[in-house]
Design a protein around this ligand. Structure first.
Ligand code: FMN
Length: 366
């Protein structure tokens, strides 16, 4: 008989103490007019701290105002107004004894210029395409790559100065960093492409230069995914050996933890072992890892966008995996988007109060 107690053991990532194993997954909410997180956004995050979430990860936050985002009302960490907004968010969360990390995001080739106020600005990508082989833009120049790095590092430094407890770099889901990792979207033959060292160089430069500024104790994490938005079965690393090489470069650059995005946390990452991606990442690197994907809900999140509703689901399988110490932390997305008290309800056995997730929740800051 498994016990949810394993979810309520403390954990540390570098110097950051986290009171339990539950992380709020990063979720774009598009509730920041002018790209500035306002008081409603601050109250939304504070409610998760009051609801005993162990570590809050913010929604993806843009590193500039032009190429980094094609999604309306997404907050940035670029303008003074947005930084002032984030300061209020951090104060609110700390006022409720919570911990909060910012997720820094560049949409890269997934940005749709026509959906932005800058339709004539080309999206940034390693080789000019978002889906393999379909050329849309010129590949990023050396100057643009340098600019992308400095914008990530500047945003990270600003986030540390504002008081965020940690920084997560968004290296998943076919966005800028992931499109450099994946050999189907990165066919460059210069030092930013080619082998694993070349394809991880952009992320590693961002990590290394951030580490040089924030010092050895400040927690840095990266989120990665094998799956792509245009291909759920894609695998950036096709074997555990390749996965180890990829993550090894990120570890050597200085990340403290790896967050492995999956749509369903229980799915094995490679044939022949039940370990999921976070399980393999922990085994291969020895770093703390975060898993995610359909925790506490019957359906997965992409289908939720399409209108499929989900019911509360058992946590037994999750608990068994965590009791086996396959990974260290579990991120929870929609269940926490819908219900700021989800952690307390799980802890206190108030299962009859758990809610279904419906698409309508996407339009509300509960
Ligand atoms: C509304 C919404 C917005 C999301 N935005 C982000 C994001 O900004 N960054 C990111 O890495 N993942 C994002 N995701 C993915 C989630 O972090 C998470 O991996 C996914 O929802 C699976 O977890 P769940 O099944 O518990 O919802 C988003 C998911 C949802 C539902």
């Amino acid at each position: 008989m498994s016990s949810i107690d394993v979810l309520f053991e403390p954990f540390t990532i570098n110097s950051l103490s986290i009171p339990n194993r539950i992380v709020m997954a990063p979720m774009t909410r598009s509730f920041s007019p002018g790209n500035v997180p306002n008081d409603d956004v601050a109250a939304y995050y504070r409610r998760r701290a009051e609801g005993d979430v162990g570590l809050i990860l913010t929604e993806g936050v843009s590193t500039n105002q032009t190429t980094a985002t094609g999604t309306p009302n997404v907050p940035n960490m670029y303008t003074d107004e947005a930084k002032a907004g984030w300061e209020k968010v951090v104060k609110g969360v700390h006022g409720a004894d919570g911990k909060i990390a910012i997720q820094l995001w560049h949409e890269g080739p997934m940005r749709r210029p026509d959906k932005t106020p800058y339709p004539d600005v080309a999206s940034w990508s390693p080789s000019g395409f978002n889906v393999p082989g379909k050329v849309q833009w010129a590949p990023m120049s050396e100057e643009e790559i340098e600019l992308a790095i400095s914008e990530f590092v500047n945003a990270a430094e600003a986030a540390r100065d504002i008081g965020f407890d940690a920084i997560e770099f968004h290296g998943a889901h076919q966005y800028l960093l992931d499109s450099f990792f994946w050999d189907q979207t990165n066919i460059r033959d210069d030092k930013w492409g080619g082998d694993w060292e070349g394809r991880t160089r952009l992320a590693c430069e961002i990590i290394r230069r951030t580490r040089a500024i924030v010092g050895p104790d400040f927690p840095l994490t990266i989120r990665i995914s094998q799956w792509k938005q245009t291909d759920f079965d894609a695998m950036t690393a096709s074997t555990p050996e390749e996965f180890g090489i990829w993550l090894g470069f990120l570890k050597d650059a200085g990340v403290d933890a790896i967050h492995c995005s999956q749509r369903r946390f229980w799915e094995p990452a490679f044939e022949g072992s039940p370990l999921n991606a976070a399980g393999w990442a922990k085994k291969l690197t020895g770093l703390p890892t975060i898993s995610v994907g359909s925790v506490g809900l019957s359906g997965e999140f992409i289908a939720a966008y399409g209108g499929e509703s989900s019911e509360p689901a058992s946590l037994d399988h999750l608990v068994e995996m965590m009791e086996r110490k396959e990974f260290d932390l579990i991120a929870v997305g929609r269940a926490l988007l819908q219900d700021p008290e989800w952690v307390q309800k799980i802890r206190d056995g108030r299962n009859d109060e758990l809610k279904n997730f419906t698409k309508d929740a996407l339009g509300v800051l509960y």
